[in-house]
Design a protein around this ligand. Structure first.
Ligand code: NAP
Length: 246
């Protein structure tokens, strides 16, 4: 199957890592359905794709809501066909020490980062199974493996995402579908923009490559995993963290 026959659904593609993934896969000729929680965000995705001649558009999606997932995927199927590539990138943080963590902070992170994988992948694998080809990539995080004080909710969601990928990989490998995780370290996006200068300085001491990563450096790994060259890799987590966790 050529790239132009493939549709990639990329959640959280309005900015940061998701935008870099949309642009990188789009430049390879893959058609892109990128999502944002807002109409403005969805329009901005259509604009940046179309500006450089990538076929695709933005959709509104809240991965935390069953109906929103069902309606977004059915619109994509209607307009482009079944997405055979799904990149579960949308994610949030609500950091707090466990002693102070409110139940909403716990629930929002688990619902957005982890339960979303149940909602989206369950629908998406139907089309992949029919096509007997598919690629699912979950964007997890280095802290899923290393842990991080103040992020029990986020670390649990990301470790859960990796376990989810390993189990699903075993369920659907026989259909030619691979399921992998990409675990970024600290990447320069709005999410890490909230860190203070002192926090960044402290972080750099722990990163052998002495810099934050760029969204494109994560996107290139996703591009490899969705390619035919990665057809024998499944259930794997690839870390992109400048060596901060080995
Ligand atoms: P970001 O700049 O904060 O962007 C987050 C994206 O997710 C936005 O496009 C946002 O859409 C979307 N989003 C948020 N909540 C959503 C929801 N309920 N439903 C659908 N979309 C939603 O984040 P980022 O830094 O690029 O991170 C992307 C992924 O990489 C996340 O899963 C994050 O956990 C992971 N990660 C990031 C880092 C890092 O250092 N940056 C490190 C490790 C892992 P809107 O357009 O609506 O805002």
């Amino acid at each position: 199957m050529s790239n132009s026959e493939k549709i990639a659904l990329i959640t959280g593609a309005s900015r940061g890592i998701g935008k870099a993934i949309a642009l990188t896969l789009g430049r390879l000729g893959i058609r892109i359905a990128g999502t944002s929680t807002t109409e403005d965000g969805a329009n901005s995705i259509s604009k940046y794709l179309n500006q450089i001649g990538i076929e695709g558009r933005g959709y509104v999606l809240d991965v935390a809501e069953d109906e929103s997932v069902a309606s977004c995927v059915s619109k994509v199927v209607e307009e482009f066909g079944h997405p055979l590539i799904v990149v579960n990138n949308a994610g949030i943080t609500r950091d707090n020490l466990l002693l102070r963590m409110k139940s909403a902070e716990w629930a929002d992170v688990i619902n957005t980062n982890l339960s979303s994988l149940y909602r989206i992948n369950k629908i998406a694998i139907k089309g992949m199974t029919k096509a007997r080809w598919g690629r699912i990539i979950n964007i997890s995080s280095v802290v899923g493996a290393s842990g991080n004080a103040g992020q029990t909710n986020y670390s649990a969601s990301k470790a859960g995402a990796e376990g989810f990928a390993r189990s699903l990989a075993q369920e659907i490998g026989s259909r030619g579908i691979t399921v992998n995780s990409v675990a970024p370290g600290f990447i320069q996006t709005d999410m890490t923009g909230m860190l203070s200068e002192a926090q960044v300085k402290d972080l750099l001491n722990k990163i052998p490559l002495k810099r934050l990563g760029q969204p494109e450096e994560v996107a290139e790994v996703v591009a490899f995993l969705v390619s035919e060259s990665a057809g024998y890799i499944t259930g794997e987590t690839i870390h992109v963290n400048g060596g901060m966790h080995m």
